[in-house]
Write a protein that binds this ligand. Structure first.
Ligand code: NDP
Length: 433
């Protein structure tokens, strides 16, 4: 805390991980102390902060701050998304980068941990303004990334449009056509199923977790928060698996749809028109719109937070438990506060942490990297099938680790231990660097 003041989200993430690693740390204490392993693990290998000047449509110069935290490359090139949101600061990027190390390790694929972004707000900007920002951002970032060094991807506020502009600028300055970004469009090296991957993956893992605990997802009522990339495809896959999803939200409010969310309408409003959820209720009689927060007040069997960090707090957890919710699986990164997580686990709610449950996005990004290296593209079904196998593997990996360390059913402990062990082993093998 002293070395990294004013970074509460980063402190929260480190605390959660280190506390759940207690059993492994105690077993290897002498070695880890000698190697200063935990100190090295919590200190990014490199932290970049840079100016991003660009010209708006009125001809005025705007200045944003860009970040890239290259956290850990023990098991592969840095990999992690770029967040464009006014709330972005170094503490948020560090928390996301730190989480990414373990998430990427859990996928079983050779990718290290990193994260980046900017306090730029793409909302309400023209395409030209977004392009001007992306080109300026990449003009600086391109000096530090590459297909075998650091491969950024999308995150909040960074979708196909932004990745396209950034890829174009990278190629123009560096003069190399390579898989330096993932989440690319299909016409220039993107992977089929990458768009759907995080949401679909969340449901593959949730399905496996429910089955292994004697539940069936079919016929269950599901509450989802968010209405972005993760939320949309989580809703779609949940419905395909026979569940009824009754909510969606954005940063201003939420909808309850008693007939189940109409995904094609939601996609049209959010992906095509880039509009607010208030539009959804205008075209859907069975839905009501509510201002502010409130998704977790709805009675549901399964809760899938898919918007942003700390969106599900202790009060929400109490409501979910009172409503007999059986499972919470995190589509977003750290959407559940530490107190809420503990309360859910104490009350026997199955809890799948984001670093496992939403790893389908980065796993499919790694499959995109493989396709780019091979200069081939795989069929949708092939990628989707690999994604499904990876998510099932992640579930069993964390389930087994939890059992091995005496914490059966505690998937937070299981995911952290399973992710950590591989990274720790690789760091020790590579010497003091
Ligand atoms: P999007 O930008 O596509 O969507 C984000 C959604 O969350 C929007 O509905 C947005 O509302 C809402 N939201 C964002 N910030 C806030 C806030 N401060 N308060 C309330 N609602 C908010 O992002 P993604 O769907 O890609 O990402 C969602 C989460 O999933 C993030 O935590 C991200 O890190 C995580 N994630 C994403 C992956 C991916 O592949 N995309 C992979 C793994 C994790 P509005 O429309 O009003 O902005």
């Amino acid at each position: 805390v002293k070395q990294n003041p004013g970074e509460p989200e980063f402190h929260q993430a480190v605390k959660e991980v280190l506390e759940s690693l207690r059993a492994v740390i105690e077993q290897n204490e002498a070695l880890y102390r000698k190697e200063a392993l935990l100190e090295r693990l919590c200190n990014p290998e490199r932290q970049l902060k840079f100016r991003v000047p660009w010209v708006d449509d009125k001809g005025n110069v705007q200045v944003n701050t860009g970040y890239r935290v290259q956290f850990n490359s023990a098991i592969g090139p840095y990999k992690g998304g770029l967040r464009l949101h006014p709330s972005v600061n170094i503490g948020i990027i560090k928390f996301l980068g730190f989480e990414q190390i373990f998430k990427n390790s859990l996928t079983g694929l050779p990718i290290g941990g990193g994260k980046g972004g900017s306090d730029f707000n793409p909302k309400g900007k023209s395409d030209r303004e977004v392009m001007a920002f992306c080109q300026s951002f990449m003009t600086e970032l391109c000096k530090f990334i590459g297909a075998d060094t650091d491969v950024p991807a999308g995150d909040i506020g960074t979708g196909a449009r932004e990745i396209g502009y950034m890829f174009g600028q990278y190629k123009r300055i560096r003069g190399v056509y390579e898989g330096v970004l993932t989440g690319k469009g299909l016409s220039y090296g993107g992977s089929l199923a990458r768009t759907e991957a995080t949401g679909y993956g969340l449901l593959y893992l949730t399905h496996e977790m429910l089955q292994c605990n004697g539940f069936d997802i079919a016929g269950k009522t599901v509450a989802v928060s968010g209405s972005g990339n993760v939320a949309i495809y989580a809703i779609q896959k949940a419905q395909e698996l026979g569940a009824k999803v009754v909510t969606a939200s954005d940063s201003t409010g939420w909808v309850y749809d008693s007939e189940g969310i109409d995904v094609s309408l939601l996609k049209e409003i959010k992906e095509v028109r880039r509009d607010r959820l208030t539009e959804y209720v205008k075209e859907r009689k069975s839905a009501q719109y509510h201002e502010g927060k409130g998704v977790w007040s709805v009675k549901c069997d399964i809760a899938l937070p898919c918007a942003t960090q700390n969106e599900l707090d202790l009060e929400d957890a109490k409501t979910l438990v009172a409503n007999s919710c059986i499972a919470v699986a995190e589509g977003a990164n750290m959407p559940t506060t530490l107190e809420a997580t503990e309360y859910l686990q104490k009350n026997k709610v199955l809890f799948a942490p984001g670093k496992a449950a939403n790893a389908g996005g980065v796993a499919t990004s790694a499959l995109e990297m493989t396709q780019n290296s091979e200069r081939l593209s795989w069929k949708f079904e092939e990628v989707d099938d690999k994604l499904k196998q990876i998510m099932i593997h992640i579930f069993h990996n964390m389930d087994d680790a939890a059992k091995e360390y005496g914490a059966e059913g505690n998937y937070v402990v299981g995911a952290n231990i399973a992710g950590f062990k591989k990274v720790a082993e690789a760091m020790i093998a590579q010497g003091i660097i």
